[in-house]
Design a protein around this ligand. Structure first.
Ligand SMILES: [Zn+2]
Length: 282
C-alpha cells in the first residue's frame, strides 16, 4: 500500500510533465474510480482547464486547475497507480481514468486493480482540499508542529504504532515506515504513548522522518509490486528495509532474528532484542 514516500515520488514524477499543460479530454473507463462525481460533471469540469500545480498532504495528491474553484483529489488506495504513458500505447485493462493533455505525447492514466483508490472533485479550504483538511500535516509540511505532536502522543494510552498510523495526528505513515521507524528508535509497537519519555518520542518521530526522507530519495518501496512511479518503474527502498518484510533474517544491529507478529489485522516486524515487549503492554 503506497505511503507518503511513494505518493511523493508520484507527485515529483508528474509535476514537471503536467504542470502548465491543458487537459484536452477525459475518458472514464470505470466510474467506480470516481468517488463522488458523475462522469459528466467530472469530465466537463476538467475539460480545457490548464493544470497549474500538484500538491500533496499525507497520502493525498491534488491537481490545481486554472480559473476553476475545483481541484482534483487523487488517492491511490491499496493499488492505485498514476502513470504517464504514450498516447499511442495500449491501455492496460486496469486503467480506470485517462486524462489526455494538449500538445503532449503522454497522457495521465489512473490504473487501479482493487478499486480502493480514486479521484474526486473538491474545493480548497485555505490551500487544502476540504475532504483532506481533517488529515494532519505530514513530516514534510511547513505546518508540521513537532512539539504539538509530541504533546499529543505523550498523553495517549494507545499503542505507539497505532498512534503513528493515525492520520489525524501525523499523516503519511503506514505499516512499512512505522515498523522501520520503531526499529530505528528501538521501540516496541505496543508501547503506550504515555509510557514513552518525550525524548524517546522525539527520537521516534525523527526516525520516521529520516526513514521517509531516505525512501523518497530511493523512489519509494515497491514491496508488494503494486506500487510503481509514473514511468512504471519500481522503487528500490526495500533493499534498505531493516525490519519490514525481514522475518527470520538477522537484525542488522544485533544479529537476532527479526520476528513477524499479527497486529491489528496486519503484521508487525520487530527485533526481539532491540525492541523488547514493554511490561505494561498486553
Ligand atoms: Zn536487534
Amino acid at each position: 500500500m503506497p505511503e507518503l514516500p511513494e505518493v511523493e515520488t508520484v507527485r515529483r514524477g508528474l509535476a514537471p510533465y503536467i504542470v502548465g499543460k491543458t487537459i484536452r479530454d477525459v475518458e472514464v473507463l470505470d466510474a467506480r474510480s470516481l468517488k463522488k462525481d458523475s462522469v459528466k460533471h467530472f469530465k466537463s469540469t476538467l475539460a480545457q482547464r490548464r493544470i497549474t500545480g500538484i500538491e500533496r498532504r499525507g497520502k493525498f495528491l491534488w491537481l490545481i486547475l486554472d480559473n476553476s474553484p475545483n481541484v482534483v483529489v487523487v488517492h491511490l488506495g491499496m493499488s492505485g497507480q498514476v502513470l504517464l504513458e504514450p498516447h499511442s500505447s495500449q491501455m492496460h485493462s486496469h486503467v480506470r481514468i485517462n486524462i489526455a493533455l494538449k500538445n503532449a505525447s503522454r497522457e495521465i492514466r489512473f490504473r487501479d486493480q482493487r478499486l480502493f483508490g480514486g479521484l474526486h472533485l473538491d474545493t480548497l479550504q485555505g490551500d487544502i482540499p476540504a475532504s483532506v483538511s481533517h488529515i494532519a500535516p505530514d513530516f514534510f509540511d511547513t505546518r508540521f508542529d513537532l512539539d504539538s505532536v509530541l504533546k499529543t502522543l505523550s498523553k495517549r494510552t494507545a499503542g505507539i504504532k497505532s498512534l503513528l498510523l493515525n492520520q489525524n495526528i501525523i499523516s503519511g505513515v503506514g505499516n512499512i515506515y512505522a515498523d522501520e521507524a520503531l526499529w530505528l528508535a528501538k521501540v516496541h509497537y505496543l508501547t503506550p504513548g504515555n509510557r514513552l519519555s518525550k525524548s524517546r518520542l522525539e527520537t521516534l518521530l525523527l526516525s520516521a522522518q529520516e526513514v521517509m526522507a531516505k525512501a523518497i530519495k530511493a523512489g519509494g518501496t515497491s514491496f508488494d509490486d503494486l506500487y510503481v512511479n509514473v514511468n512504471g518503474e519500481s522503487g528500490w527502498f526495500e533493499l534498505e528495509l531493516n525490519a519490514y518484510g525481514r522475518e527470520d533474517e538477522p537484525c542488522s544491529r544485533c544479529g537476532r532474528l527479526i520476528v513477524r507478529e499479527a497486529w491489528s489485522n496486519r503484521s508487525s516486524y520487530r527485533c526481539p532484542r532491540c525492541q523488547p515487549k514493554p511490561r505494561t503492554a498486553r
